[in-house]
Design a protein around this ligand. Structure first.
Ligand code: CA
Length: 423
């Protein structure tokens, strides 16, 4: 076990009860205050500027050839550090902020410069996303969608249990929590025997997903073995893959989603490292039939991360509409990355790989409005008395994720977006 994951550890920085950010988390993000943009970590409600800690020599003992990684405006270079170096950095942060350590605690000048109250800063995109893939790895979600749109007795397509289905998505429209998104316009074909129409989407939806960010840089032609794939992952964020179902339904044959998923995907601002999630490993669902050798991996490669979605109508309280868990994913991240690279596609640090909508087995665990309202046939009641089948203008979608064990809660922070009317 990494010492930084020791559940007994406490920090000299105050951590409120139920905080997403105990000293065992130590996430990375990009924060801004005034004109400053800096690489940060967070403990409780305190955001810490790592460039200041680098200035004061707190990372001198770590083998980082170029300290410029701490002065970047994205985490791409930090993510690209070798795994052992990233572990050493996290262990060092854990040491500096442990309750009995006085190195920074007693250095008032450094503390004044490095520590911010979280409500005094804003979070920016943590990485520059070069490439983005959207998988389709939840068996419950794929089955639900298959039942709704195809033959219910053959809900899964023949390839689904043999490979992690995915498509290459749009990177430029991935934005950080807090960014509002305009309702998309596009072509739809509501009635089979009538011509297509153009206008604002009437079936705007969220998709509850997790995404991982790669650390590795590989060359064209190279592939990553499934049992080495997790080493190539930096960390995870919540991923709300906004989707226009009516546009999707008309455009997706035969090449898959295009404009219906390109107008905005929203991520949580803090990257939760693979190291912080290590204590929350769990077994995934049994894969039957057996997968091909390049996808076979033994051990625990799913993560027990609880997921929640709430919808907040304008000027009203939020209503929780979904509780799910990333442990339900049929295909794990190692398999997804092994599959992504098996044909020789190269990777870069900061690339993003979304899981696909994570639905569970029960109706309250479905990860999209499409499933929750069963294609719009079963409206969902909000606390303010209104009903939803799909998202309305001015609705705010709040996604949360956290892993909890031994009294330690490793949270992701909120992933929030508000739907604005079509432009
Ligand atoms: Ca998706």
């Amino acid at each position: 076990m990494l010492e930084s994951n020791n559940p007994e550890l406490t920090s000299w920085i105050k951590v409120p009860e139920n905080s997403d950010f105990p000293i065992q988390n130590l996430p990375y993000g990009i924060a801004t205050s005034g004109d400053l943009i800096f690489i940060a970590t967070r403990i409780g409600n305190t955001v810490i500027d790592l460039s200041v800690l680098a200035d004061f020599g707190y990372f001198d003992g770590i083998d980082i050839p170029d300290l410029s990684v701490f002065y970047e405006k994205s985490l791409n270079q930090l993510a690209a550090l070798p795994k052992e170096t990233r572990i050493a950095l996290r262990e060092r942060l854990s040491e500096i902020f442990s309750v009995s350590n006085t190195e920074l605690q007693s250095n008032e000048e450094a503390r004044q410069l490095a520590l911010y109250q979280s409500d005094k800063i804003e979070m920016l995109m943590p990485v520059q996303v070069g490439d983005y893939t959207d998988f389709y790895s939840s068996i419950e979600h794929a089955t639900n969608v298959g039942k709704m749109f195809r033959d219910p007795s053959k809900a899964l397509l023949p390839n689904w249990k043999h490979l992690p289905v995915g498509y290459h998505g749009r990177a430029s429209s991935i934005v950080v929590s807090g960014t509002a998104i305009h309702r998309p316009k596009g072509q739809t074909k509501p009635k089979d025997d009538e011509p297509p129409q153009f206008g604002p989407s009437k079936q705007l939806d969220f998709e509850l997903e997790m995404a991982f960010i790669t650390s590795a840089r590989t060359t064209l032609g190279e592939s990553i073995a499934v049992d080495r794939a997790e080493e190539a992952i930096f960390g995870l964020v919540i991923f709300n893959d906004l989707s226009a179902r009516d546009i999707q339904k008309w455009e997706y044959v035969p090449l898959g989603p295009f404009l219906s998923k390109s107008f905005g995907s929203v991520i949580s601002p803090w990257v939760i490292t693979m190291e912080a999630l290590e204590p929350y490993r769990t077994k995934g669902p049994k894969q039957e039939p057996e997968v091909l050798p390049y996808l076979q991996i033994a051990g625990e490669h799913n993560f027990d991360i609880q997921l929640e979605v709430a919808i907040q109508p304008q000027n009203a309280e939020p209503t929780k509409v979904c509780h799910s868990n990333s442990r339900y994913l049929y295909w794990n991240m190692a398999q997804q990355l092994a599959h992504q690279t098996v044909a020789g596609c190269n990777l870069n640090p900061g690339d993003m790989y979304a899981s696909g909508t994570i639905s569970g087995p029960t109706p309250d665990s479905f990860g999209s409005m499409l499933e929750l309202s069963w294609k719009g046939t079963q409206p969902i009641k909000m606390k303010d008395g209104s009903e939803r089948t799909f998202l309305l203008d001015h609705d705010t979608i709040i996604m949360r994720a956290f892993a909890e064990r031994n009294g330690i809660r490793i949270g992701f922070g909120d992933c929030i977006t508000t739907i604005l009317p079509a432009k």
